[in-house]
Design a protein around this ligand. Structure first.
Ligand code: UD1
Length: 416
Protein backbone atom coordinates (compact mmCIF):
# COMPACT_ATOMS: atom_id res chain seq x y z
CA UNK A 1 0.00 0.00 0.00
CA UNK A 2 1.35 3.44 -0.92
CA UNK A 3 2.02 6.14 1.63
CA UNK A 4 3.14 9.75 1.58
CA UNK A 5 6.24 10.98 3.34
CA UNK A 6 5.99 14.70 3.91
CA UNK A 7 8.59 17.04 5.37
CA UNK A 8 6.51 20.00 6.47
CA UNK A 9 7.20 23.70 6.53
CA UNK A 10 8.12 24.39 2.90
CA UNK A 11 6.53 27.49 1.37
CA UNK A 12 4.27 26.94 -1.63
CA UNK A 13 4.51 29.17 -4.67
CA UNK A 14 3.32 28.94 -8.26
CA UNK A 15 0.43 27.76 -10.41
CA UNK A 16 -1.51 24.55 -10.29
CA UNK A 17 -3.86 23.16 -12.95
CA UNK A 18 -7.15 21.91 -11.54
CA UNK A 19 -8.54 18.68 -13.01
CA UNK A 20 -12.07 17.83 -14.07
CA UNK A 21 -14.55 17.26 -11.26
CA UNK A 22 -14.84 13.77 -9.80
CA UNK A 23 -18.42 14.36 -8.75
CA UNK A 24 -19.37 15.49 -12.27
CA UNK A 25 -17.61 12.80 -14.30
CA UNK A 26 -19.08 9.86 -12.37
CA UNK A 27 -22.80 10.58 -13.01
CA UNK A 28 -22.05 11.74 -16.58
CA UNK A 29 -20.30 8.43 -17.31
CA UNK A 30 -23.51 6.73 -16.16
CA UNK A 31 -25.69 9.16 -18.13
CA UNK A 32 -24.15 8.28 -21.49
CA UNK A 33 -25.48 4.73 -20.99
CA UNK A 34 -28.85 6.28 -21.88
CA UNK A 35 -27.82 6.79 -25.53
CA UNK A 36 -27.33 4.11 -28.15
CA UNK A 37 -23.94 5.26 -29.50
CA UNK A 38 -20.47 6.62 -28.76
CA UNK A 39 -19.99 9.61 -26.45
CA UNK A 40 -16.75 11.49 -25.83
CA UNK A 41 -15.94 13.06 -22.47
CA UNK A 42 -13.04 15.52 -22.19
CA UNK A 43 -11.15 16.97 -19.19
CA UNK A 44 -11.75 13.64 -17.46
CA UNK A 45 -9.72 13.35 -14.24
CA UNK A 46 -7.60 10.18 -14.15
CA UNK A 47 -8.69 8.97 -10.73
CA UNK A 48 -9.15 5.60 -9.13
CA UNK A 49 -12.91 6.31 -9.06
CA UNK A 50 -12.98 7.13 -12.78
CA UNK A 51 -11.21 3.82 -13.44
CA UNK A 52 -13.67 1.96 -11.19
CA UNK A 53 -16.54 3.47 -13.19
CA UNK A 54 -14.81 2.48 -16.45
CA UNK A 55 -14.63 -1.11 -15.16
CA UNK A 56 -18.30 -1.01 -14.28
CA UNK A 57 -19.26 0.33 -17.72
CA UNK A 58 -17.19 -2.47 -19.31
CA UNK A 59 -18.98 -5.01 -17.12
CA UNK A 60 -22.39 -3.89 -18.38
CA UNK A 61 -21.09 -4.27 -21.94
CA UNK A 62 -20.07 -0.72 -22.92
CA UNK A 63 -16.82 -0.25 -24.86
CA UNK A 64 -14.48 2.39 -23.50
CA UNK A 65 -11.22 4.05 -24.43
CA UNK A 66 -9.54 6.25 -21.79
CA UNK A 67 -6.54 8.20 -22.99
CA UNK A 68 -4.94 11.48 -21.87
CA UNK A 69 -7.99 12.73 -19.96
CA UNK A 70 -10.34 11.91 -22.83
CA UNK A 71 -12.79 9.05 -22.49
CA UNK A 72 -15.00 7.56 -25.18
CA UNK A 73 -17.88 5.33 -24.16
CA UNK A 74 -19.80 3.31 -26.71
CA UNK A 75 -23.06 2.33 -25.03
CA UNK A 76 -24.54 0.61 -28.11
CA UNK A 77 -23.27 -2.78 -26.90
CA UNK A 78 -24.69 -2.70 -23.35
CA UNK A 79 -26.24 -6.11 -22.61
CA UNK A 80 -25.84 -6.64 -18.84
CA UNK A 81 -27.73 -4.67 -16.24
CA UNK A 82 -25.83 -5.44 -13.07
CA UNK A 83 -23.41 -3.56 -10.77
CA UNK A 84 -21.69 -6.14 -8.53
CA UNK A 85 -20.94 -5.80 -4.82
CA UNK A 86 -17.16 -5.80 -5.35
CA UNK A 87 -17.34 -2.54 -7.29
CA UNK A 88 -20.18 -0.81 -5.45
CA UNK A 89 -18.51 -1.40 -2.06
CA UNK A 90 -15.38 0.42 -3.24
CA UNK A 91 -17.31 3.31 -4.80
CA UNK A 92 -20.86 4.24 -3.84
CA UNK A 93 -21.27 6.36 -6.96
CA UNK A 94 -21.59 3.04 -8.87
CA UNK A 95 -25.22 3.30 -7.77
CA UNK A 96 -25.59 5.99 -10.46
CA UNK A 97 -25.94 3.28 -13.15
CA UNK A 98 -29.29 2.24 -11.73
CA UNK A 99 -31.31 5.15 -13.18
CA UNK A 100 -29.94 4.91 -16.74
CA UNK A 101 -30.11 1.08 -16.94
CA UNK A 102 -33.65 1.03 -15.60
CA UNK A 103 -34.79 3.80 -17.94
CA UNK A 104 -33.23 2.42 -21.12
CA UNK A 105 -33.50 -1.34 -20.57
CA UNK A 106 -36.35 -1.64 -18.04
CA UNK A 107 -34.17 -3.48 -15.55
CA UNK A 108 -31.21 -2.99 -13.19
CA UNK A 109 -29.60 -5.09 -10.46
CA UNK A 110 -27.26 -3.04 -8.30
CA UNK A 111 -25.62 -4.04 -5.03
CA UNK A 112 -26.84 -2.08 -2.03
CA UNK A 113 -23.85 0.13 -1.10
CA UNK A 114 -23.91 -0.37 2.70
CA UNK A 115 -22.24 2.00 5.17
CA UNK A 116 -19.05 3.96 4.78
CA UNK A 117 -16.36 5.53 6.95
CA UNK A 118 -18.61 8.49 7.68
CA UNK A 119 -21.93 6.95 8.57
CA UNK A 120 -24.77 4.93 7.11
CA UNK A 121 -25.37 6.95 3.88
CA UNK A 122 -28.69 5.37 2.86
CA UNK A 123 -30.13 5.21 -0.69
CA UNK A 124 -33.80 5.29 0.34
CA UNK A 125 -34.50 8.52 -1.60
CA UNK A 126 -33.23 6.90 -4.80
CA UNK A 127 -35.44 3.85 -4.29
CA UNK A 128 -38.58 5.79 -3.33
CA UNK A 129 -38.00 8.00 -6.38
CA UNK A 130 -37.77 5.03 -8.75
CA UNK A 131 -41.00 3.67 -7.23
CA UNK A 132 -42.70 7.02 -7.84
CA UNK A 133 -41.71 6.59 -11.50
CA UNK A 134 -43.50 3.23 -11.53
CA UNK A 135 -40.60 0.84 -10.94
CA UNK A 136 -40.93 -2.32 -8.88
CA UNK A 137 -38.11 -2.48 -6.32
CA UNK A 138 -37.01 -5.72 -4.63
CA UNK A 139 -34.12 -6.38 -2.26
CA UNK A 140 -32.62 -9.82 -2.91
CA UNK A 141 -29.29 -11.19 -1.63
CA UNK A 142 -28.00 -7.69 -0.87
CA UNK A 143 -28.90 -6.44 -4.34
CA UNK A 144 -31.59 -3.95 -5.33
CA UNK A 145 -33.51 -5.15 -8.34
CA UNK A 146 -35.52 -2.49 -10.14
CA UNK A 147 -37.89 -3.29 -12.98
CA UNK A 148 -40.33 -1.31 -15.11
CA UNK A 149 -41.39 -2.05 -18.69
CA UNK A 150 -41.71 1.70 -19.19
CA UNK A 151 -41.19 4.29 -16.47
CA UNK A 152 -43.95 6.85 -16.02
CA UNK A 153 -43.66 10.49 -14.96
CA UNK A 154 -44.15 11.11 -11.23
CA UNK A 155 -43.81 13.71 -8.48
CA UNK A 156 -40.87 13.30 -6.17
CA UNK A 157 -39.96 15.39 -3.15
CA UNK A 158 -36.66 14.93 -1.35
CA UNK A 159 -36.54 15.63 2.37
CA UNK A 160 -32.91 16.69 1.90
CA UNK A 161 -31.65 17.87 -1.53
CA UNK A 162 -29.59 14.73 -2.13
CA UNK A 163 -26.99 14.98 -4.88
CA UNK A 164 -26.97 11.26 -5.70
CA UNK A 165 -30.74 10.78 -5.59
CA UNK A 166 -31.36 13.88 -7.73
CA UNK A 167 -28.88 12.64 -10.35
CA UNK A 168 -30.22 9.09 -10.37
CA UNK A 169 -33.89 10.08 -10.57
CA UNK A 170 -33.28 12.68 -13.27
CA UNK A 171 -31.44 10.07 -15.35
CA UNK A 172 -34.42 7.73 -15.00
CA UNK A 173 -37.10 10.37 -15.60
CA UNK A 174 -35.64 11.66 -18.88
CA UNK A 175 -36.86 8.51 -20.68
CA UNK A 176 -40.12 8.11 -18.70
CA UNK A 177 -43.50 8.48 -20.34
CA UNK A 178 -44.95 11.88 -19.37
CA UNK A 179 -43.73 14.61 -17.06
CA UNK A 180 -41.91 14.29 -13.74
CA UNK A 181 -41.34 16.89 -11.09
CA UNK A 182 -38.58 16.84 -8.49
CA UNK A 183 -38.88 19.30 -5.61
CA UNK A 184 -36.07 20.08 -3.19
CA UNK A 185 -33.66 18.81 -5.84
CA UNK A 186 -29.90 19.27 -5.41
CA UNK A 187 -28.31 22.10 -7.39
CA UNK A 188 -24.62 21.47 -6.89
CA UNK A 189 -22.55 22.46 -9.96
CA UNK A 190 -22.06 18.77 -10.84
CA UNK A 191 -25.83 18.20 -10.86
CA UNK A 192 -26.24 21.30 -13.03
CA UNK A 193 -23.69 19.90 -15.49
CA UNK A 194 -25.39 16.50 -15.47
CA UNK A 195 -28.72 18.14 -16.38
CA UNK A 196 -27.07 20.31 -19.05
CA UNK A 197 -25.45 17.20 -20.56
CA UNK A 198 -28.76 15.33 -20.55
CA UNK A 199 -30.47 18.29 -22.25
CA UNK A 200 -27.71 18.36 -24.88
CA UNK A 201 -28.39 14.65 -25.43
CA UNK A 202 -32.02 15.52 -26.21
CA UNK A 203 -33.68 15.43 -22.78
CA UNK A 204 -36.17 18.10 -21.72
CA UNK A 205 -35.28 19.21 -18.21
CA UNK A 206 -36.54 22.59 -17.01
CA UNK A 207 -35.42 24.48 -13.91
CA UNK A 208 -31.79 23.40 -14.14
CA UNK A 209 -29.82 25.05 -11.32
CA UNK A 210 -32.89 25.45 -9.09
CA UNK A 211 -34.41 23.23 -6.41
CA UNK A 212 -37.37 22.38 -8.68
CA UNK A 213 -36.85 20.30 -11.80
CA UNK A 214 -39.53 19.50 -14.37
CA UNK A 215 -38.64 16.69 -16.74
CA UNK A 216 -40.66 15.96 -19.87
CA UNK A 217 -39.84 12.39 -20.88
CA UNK A 218 -38.54 11.74 -24.42
CA UNK A 219 -38.30 8.48 -26.40
CA UNK A 220 -34.54 8.34 -26.80
CA UNK A 221 -31.33 10.30 -26.27
CA UNK A 222 -28.30 10.87 -28.50
CA UNK A 223 -24.61 10.43 -27.71
CA UNK A 224 -22.67 13.56 -26.85
CA UNK A 225 -19.25 15.23 -26.62
CA UNK A 226 -18.68 17.20 -23.40
CA UNK A 227 -15.94 18.87 -21.33
CA UNK A 228 -16.16 18.11 -17.61
CA UNK A 229 -16.32 21.12 -15.27
CA UNK A 230 -13.36 21.91 -12.98
CA UNK A 231 -13.20 20.21 -9.60
CA UNK A 232 -14.17 22.83 -7.04
CA UNK A 233 -13.14 20.57 -4.17
CA UNK A 234 -9.64 20.02 -5.55
CA UNK A 235 -9.35 23.79 -6.10
CA UNK A 236 -10.58 24.49 -2.56
CA UNK A 237 -8.05 22.02 -1.16
CA UNK A 238 -5.12 23.77 -2.86
CA UNK A 239 -6.41 27.20 -1.81
CA UNK A 240 -6.54 26.08 1.81
CA UNK A 241 -2.95 24.86 1.60
CA UNK A 242 -2.01 28.23 0.08
CA UNK A 243 -3.85 30.08 2.87
CA UNK A 244 -1.14 29.18 5.33
CA UNK A 245 1.83 28.16 3.19
CA UNK A 246 2.28 30.67 0.42
CA UNK A 247 1.17 32.36 -2.65
CA UNK A 248 -0.48 30.15 -5.24
CA UNK A 249 -2.78 30.36 -8.23
CA UNK A 250 -5.27 27.67 -9.20
CA UNK A 251 -5.99 27.60 -12.95
CA UNK A 252 -8.94 26.13 -14.84
CA UNK A 253 -11.49 26.77 -12.09
CA UNK A 254 -15.00 28.23 -11.88
CA UNK A 255 -14.72 30.87 -9.14
CA UNK A 256 -18.54 31.08 -8.86
CA UNK A 257 -18.62 27.54 -7.51
CA UNK A 258 -16.36 28.56 -4.62
CA UNK A 259 -17.89 31.90 -3.54
CA UNK A 260 -18.55 30.97 0.07
CA UNK A 261 -15.15 29.28 0.43
CA UNK A 262 -13.39 32.39 -0.88
CA UNK A 263 -15.41 34.55 1.55
CA UNK A 264 -14.33 32.37 4.47
CA UNK A 265 -10.68 32.49 3.37
CA UNK A 266 -10.87 36.29 3.18
CA UNK A 267 -12.45 36.43 6.63
CA UNK A 268 -9.53 34.36 7.88
CA UNK A 269 -7.16 37.07 6.60
CA UNK A 270 -6.06 35.75 3.20
CA UNK A 271 -5.87 37.96 0.13
CA UNK A 272 -7.72 36.53 -2.86
CA UNK A 273 -7.61 37.60 -6.51
CA UNK A 274 -10.25 36.22 -8.87
CA UNK A 275 -10.13 36.24 -12.66
CA UNK A 276 -12.33 34.44 -15.23
CA UNK A 277 -11.01 30.97 -14.54
CA UNK A 278 -8.22 31.49 -12.04
CA UNK A 279 -8.03 32.22 -8.33
CA UNK A 280 -4.87 33.38 -6.57
CA UNK A 281 -4.35 33.35 -2.84
CA UNK A 282 -1.76 35.08 -0.68
CA UNK A 283 -1.33 33.54 2.71
CA UNK A 284 -2.65 35.37 5.74
CA UNK A 285 0.02 37.07 7.88
CA UNK A 286 -1.98 36.10 10.91
CA UNK A 287 -4.61 33.47 10.13
CA UNK A 288 -7.79 34.19 12.12
CA UNK A 289 -10.15 31.51 13.39
CA UNK A 290 -13.46 31.53 11.45
CA UNK A 291 -16.52 29.42 12.27
CA UNK A 292 -18.01 27.37 9.47
CA UNK A 293 -21.12 25.29 8.92
CA UNK A 294 -21.50 23.04 5.89
CA UNK A 295 -24.61 23.28 3.77
CA UNK A 296 -25.93 22.27 0.37
CA UNK A 297 -24.79 24.43 -2.56
CA UNK A 298 -24.20 27.39 -2.53
CA UNK A 299 -23.29 26.71 1.11
CA UNK A 300 -19.87 25.57 2.28
CA UNK A 301 -19.33 22.05 0.85
CA UNK A 302 -19.06 19.16 3.30
CA UNK A 303 -16.28 17.88 1.01
CA UNK A 304 -14.09 20.79 2.23
CA UNK A 305 -14.95 20.50 5.92
CA UNK A 306 -11.94 18.32 6.79
CA UNK A 307 -9.52 20.64 4.99
CA UNK A 308 -11.04 23.68 6.79
CA UNK A 309 -10.51 21.99 10.16
CA UNK A 310 -6.86 21.36 9.22
CA UNK A 311 -6.44 25.04 8.39
CA UNK A 312 -8.24 26.25 11.51
CA UNK A 313 -6.03 24.04 13.68
CA UNK A 314 -3.23 26.64 13.31
CA UNK A 315 -5.42 29.78 13.30
CA UNK A 316 -5.35 32.43 16.05
CA UNK A 317 -8.28 31.72 18.34
CA UNK A 318 -11.02 29.11 18.40
CA UNK A 319 -13.47 28.11 15.70
CA UNK A 320 -16.65 26.07 15.71
CA UNK A 321 -17.13 23.83 12.70
CA UNK A 322 -20.43 22.06 12.13
CA UNK A 323 -21.23 19.46 9.49
CA UNK A 324 -24.97 19.56 8.82
CA UNK A 325 -24.82 17.14 5.87
CA UNK A 326 -22.89 14.21 7.35
CA UNK A 327 -23.00 14.17 11.13
CA UNK A 328 -20.31 11.47 11.49
CA UNK A 329 -17.84 12.81 8.99
CA UNK A 330 -14.99 13.52 11.42
CA UNK A 331 -12.65 10.53 11.12
CA UNK A 332 -9.82 12.99 10.31
CA UNK A 333 -10.09 14.63 13.76
CA UNK A 334 -8.18 11.98 15.78
CA UNK A 335 -5.50 11.95 13.08
CA UNK A 336 -5.17 15.76 13.15
CA UNK A 337 -4.88 15.52 16.93
CA UNK A 338 -1.93 13.12 16.41
CA UNK A 339 -0.30 15.99 14.50
CA UNK A 340 -0.78 18.26 17.50
CA UNK A 341 -4.14 19.89 16.72
CA UNK A 342 -6.40 20.79 19.65
CA UNK A 343 -9.89 19.68 18.63
CA UNK A 344 -12.80 18.51 20.71
CA UNK A 345 -16.02 17.05 19.36
CA UNK A 346 -19.64 17.40 20.41
CA UNK A 347 -21.91 15.42 18.10
CA UNK A 348 -21.51 16.99 14.64
CA UNK A 349 -19.60 20.01 15.93
CA UNK A 350 -15.81 20.33 16.10
CA UNK A 351 -14.34 22.95 18.39
CA UNK A 352 -10.88 23.81 17.12
CA UNK A 353 -8.51 25.74 19.37
CA UNK A 354 -5.70 27.05 17.22
CA UNK A 355 -2.17 25.98 18.19
CA UNK A 356 1.13 27.67 17.27
CA UNK A 357 2.33 24.75 15.22
CA UNK A 358 1.61 21.17 14.29
CA UNK A 359 4.33 18.54 14.54
CA UNK A 360 4.99 15.67 12.14
CA UNK A 361 3.60 12.22 13.03
CA UNK A 362 2.41 8.96 11.52
CA UNK A 363 -1.22 9.26 10.51
CA UNK A 364 -3.72 7.27 8.50
CA UNK A 365 -6.13 8.24 5.73
CA UNK A 366 -9.73 7.21 6.28
CA UNK A 367 -11.56 8.70 3.31
CA UNK A 368 -10.87 10.92 0.30
CA UNK A 369 -11.33 14.34 1.87
CA UNK A 370 -9.99 13.31 5.29
CA UNK A 371 -6.76 12.34 3.50
CA UNK A 372 -6.58 15.74 1.83
CA UNK A 373 -6.85 17.41 5.23
CA UNK A 374 -3.96 15.28 6.49
CA UNK A 375 -1.82 16.30 3.52
CA UNK A 376 -2.50 19.99 4.27
CA UNK A 377 -1.79 19.47 7.97
CA UNK A 378 1.43 17.53 7.30
CA UNK A 379 2.61 20.24 4.88
CA UNK A 380 2.06 22.82 7.65
CA UNK A 381 3.64 20.69 10.40
CA UNK A 382 7.19 20.93 11.65
CA UNK A 383 9.15 17.77 10.78
CA UNK A 384 8.33 14.54 9.04
CA UNK A 385 4.89 12.94 8.67
CA UNK A 386 3.89 9.63 7.15
CA UNK A 387 0.37 9.30 5.79
CA UNK A 388 -0.65 5.70 5.19
CA UNK A 389 -3.55 4.23 3.19
CA UNK A 390 -3.39 6.95 0.57
CA UNK A 391 -5.42 4.81 -1.82
CA UNK A 392 -8.27 6.91 -0.43
CA UNK A 393 -6.74 10.11 -1.81
CA UNK A 394 -6.03 8.45 -5.16
CA UNK A 395 -9.79 7.86 -5.51
CA UNK A 396 -10.47 11.57 -5.81
CA UNK A 397 -7.30 13.63 -6.48
CA UNK A 398 -5.34 13.40 -9.72
CA UNK A 399 -1.54 13.36 -9.18
CA UNK A 400 -1.87 15.29 -5.94
CA UNK A 401 1.75 14.82 -4.87
CA UNK A 402 3.08 15.92 -8.25
CA UNK A 403 0.94 19.05 -8.08
CA UNK A 404 2.10 19.87 -4.55
CA UNK A 405 5.73 19.12 -5.50
CA UNK A 406 5.53 21.56 -8.40
CA UNK A 407 4.50 24.22 -5.85
CA UNK A 408 7.59 23.49 -3.74
CA UNK A 409 6.28 20.94 -1.23
CA UNK A 410 8.51 18.15 0.05
CA UNK A 411 6.22 15.17 -0.50
CA UNK A 412 7.16 11.67 -1.68
CA UNK A 413 5.09 8.59 -2.48
CA UNK A 414 6.50 5.35 -1.11
CA UNK A 415 5.37 1.80 -1.56
CA UNK A 416 5.39 -0.54 1.47
C1 UD1 B 1 -22.39 13.37 -2.97
C2 UD1 B 1 -20.91 13.47 -3.26
C3 UD1 B 1 -20.12 13.58 -1.97
C4 UD1 B 1 -20.64 14.75 -1.13
C5 UD1 B 1 -22.15 14.65 -0.94
C6 UD1 B 1 -22.74 15.88 -0.29
C7 UD1 B 1 -20.68 12.29 -5.34
C8 UD1 B 1 -20.16 11.10 -6.05
N1 UD1 B 1 -20.50 12.30 -4.01
O1 UD1 B 1 -22.61 12.18 -2.22
O2 UD1 B 1 -18.75 13.81 -2.31
O3 UD1 B 1 -20.03 14.73 0.14
O4 UD1 B 1 -22.80 14.52 -2.23
O5 UD1 B 1 -22.49 17.01 -1.03
O6 UD1 B 1 -21.19 13.24 -5.92
N2 UD1 B 1 -29.54 10.83 2.10
C9 UD1 B 1 -30.53 10.02 2.58
N3 UD1 B 1 -31.09 9.11 1.73
C10 UD1 B 1 -30.69 9.00 0.43
C11 UD1 B 1 -29.68 9.83 -0.06
C12 UD1 B 1 -29.10 10.75 0.80
O7 UD1 B 1 -30.92 10.11 3.74
O8 UD1 B 1 -31.26 8.15 -0.29
C13 UD1 B 1 -28.89 11.82 3.00
C14 UD1 B 1 -27.44 11.47 3.29
O9 UD1 B 1 -27.31 10.53 4.34
C15 UD1 B 1 -26.86 12.84 3.61
C16 UD1 B 1 -27.64 13.78 2.70
O10 UD1 B 1 -28.81 13.06 2.32
O11 UD1 B 1 -27.12 13.17 4.96
C17 UD1 B 1 -26.91 14.22 1.46
O12 UD1 B 1 -26.38 13.09 0.79
P1 UD1 B 1 -26.18 13.09 -0.80
O13 UD1 B 1 -26.29 14.48 -1.30
O14 UD1 B 1 -27.08 12.07 -1.37
O15 UD1 B 1 -24.68 12.58 -0.96
P2 UD1 B 1 -24.10 11.63 -2.08
O16 UD1 B 1 -24.82 11.84 -3.36
O17 UD1 B 1 -23.96 10.25 -1.54
Amino acid sequence: MDKFIINGGASLRGDVEISGAKNAILPIMAAVLLADGKSTLNNVPDLQDTRTMVRLLNMVGAKTDFNENSLTIDASTVDTFEAPYDLVKTMRASFYVMGPLLARFGEARVSLPGGCAWGPRPVDYHLKGFEKLGAEIILEDGYIIARAKKLKGGKIHFEIPSVGATGNIVMAAVLAEGTSQITNAAREPHIVQLCDVLNDMGAQIEGVGTHELTIHGVDSLNPIEVKIIPDMIEAGTFLMAGAILGNITVNNVSPDHLSIVLQKLEQAGCTIYVDDDTISIEKADNLEAVDMMTDVHPGFPTDLQAQWIALMSVASGSSVITDTIYHDRFSHVPELVRLGANISMENNVAIVRGVDKLRGAQVMSTDIRASASLVIAALMAEGKSTISRIYHIDRGYEKIEEKFKSLGADIQRECD
